[in-house]
Design a protein around this ligand. Structure first.
Ligand code: KG4
Length: 344
């Protein structure tokens, strides 16, 4: 955890502002980005490994870490070049150290350690989930706490109350599959390819009858904001086995509606209960057009809802550099003995 104070010479912003390099390799995207003052994205380089994993319909950890290793140095050079800066201009280097695939996480973190050690600039180890929720603040949104964060991706489905830097209180999370994982598994079963989310979204648009073949996912009684996606995934599989002639577009339409509506309902229920009208929706599934539409439909006057642009919903390093800046500016840094963690 970034915690110990930084010597003051590191915190001095030059006239041009503070330039930070962010590195990301927690799953199947390798990314490097230079951000100015934690707000202005000067470069945002992402190498997606989707083609390497698509044959397996999911991420193969060993393939992922090797691929990160092969491309990270080139991406760092490109991120600096695109930003028009050199190593000497950097004030800090940030990298994801949790959660994610351990072998993959190591690649960005070790690279960041080498840069930190060589340039004598602070290393900031970043929580990938907190970084996702920072995405809107790279696009002009005013950072102010508290806010509610709905994080929906291939590995996570969780609702947070965010009270400050590093202050994430989990209001609820999935008890089993993440929502993106359910999209990926349903798509795999239907032979739609990987990643499943965009494929399902596209096919759902072709549905004509739009009959709801799957029941609503019912929230558990009580006021915890738990999610669950293994039930609907199994329901889809069982339905297709029993109805082999069913139109795949109708199936994914109904699946998508049910999978997304519970997210929106939980989000706004939590907003009302916590009395927090400022909301951030982030993570790969937040790129889904139907989800964005549902959120906008449900939004009432007084709600401030931030949906990052699609490119900043999926994994990237601009969000790592961005949240890294906030730690840097608060005088925190991580030691060179910082480790990686599969979970938070
Ligand atoms: O945040 P992300 O890039 O990586 C992590 O999981 O950390 O999210 C990837 C996930 C995948 O499960 C993918 O299927 C899903 O986000 N996804 C989508 C869409 N685009 C990506 N799910 C639904 N609709 C989309 N348009």
């Amino acid at each position: 955890m970034p915690s110990s104070p930084v010597p003051s010479r590191f915190s001095m912003a030059s006239k041009a502002g503070v330039l930070g390099l962010g590195l990301e390799s927690s799953c199947d995207e390798t990314a490097a980005s230079v951000v100015l003052d934690g707000r202005e994205v000067l470069s945002n380089c992402v190498f997606s490994q989707v083609d390497l994993h698509s044959a397996y319909f999911g991420v193969v950890p060993e393939i992922a870490s090797r691929a990160h290793l092969e491309v990270i140095n080139g991406l760092i050079r490109k991120a600096l070049e695109d930003a028009g800066v050199g190593f000497k201009d950097l004030s800090y280097v940030a990298a994801t150290n949790r959660p994610g695939l351990v072998g993959s996480l190591l690649v960005a973190l070790q690279s960041a350690k080498a840069i930190s050690f060589t340039l004598k600039i602070p290393l900031i180890a970043v929580n990938h989930l907190e970084a996702h929720l920072y995405a809107p603040f790279l696009e002009g949104a005013e950072l102010a706490y508290p806010f509610l964060g709905l994080l929906i991706s291939g590995g996570n489905t969780a609702l947070y109350r965010v009270d400050g830097i590093g202050e994430l209180k989990t209001l609820g999370r999935t008890a089993d599959d993440a929502v993106g994982e359910a999209f990926d598994k349903v798509a795999k079963f239907l032979g739609l390819g990987y990643p499943g989310g965009p494929a399902i979204e596209k096919l759902a648009q072709k549905a004509r009858a739009r009959k709801m073949v799957f029941p609503k996912i019912l929230p558990d009684p009580g006021d915890d904001f738990r999610f669950s996606y293994s039930g609907i995934k199994t329901a889809v599989i069982n339905y297709v086995k029993k109805n082999p002639e069913a139109d795949p577009a109708e199936i994914v339409y109904s699946f998508q509606e049910r999978a997304l509506e519970i997210l929106v309902r939980r989000l706004f229920d939590a907003s009302r209960r916590e009395g927090i009208r400022k909301i951030v929706v982030a993570g790969g599934v937040a790129a889904n057009g139907r989800l964005r539409e549902m959120v906008r439909e449900r939004q009432e006057e007084g709600d401030i809802v931030h949906l990052p642009s699609k490119g900043l919903c999926t994994d990237n390093a601009a969000m790592i550099s961005g949240i890294g800046y906030r730690y840097f500016a608060s005088g925190a840094q991580s030691g060179l003995d910082t480790d990686v963690y599969a979970r938070i």
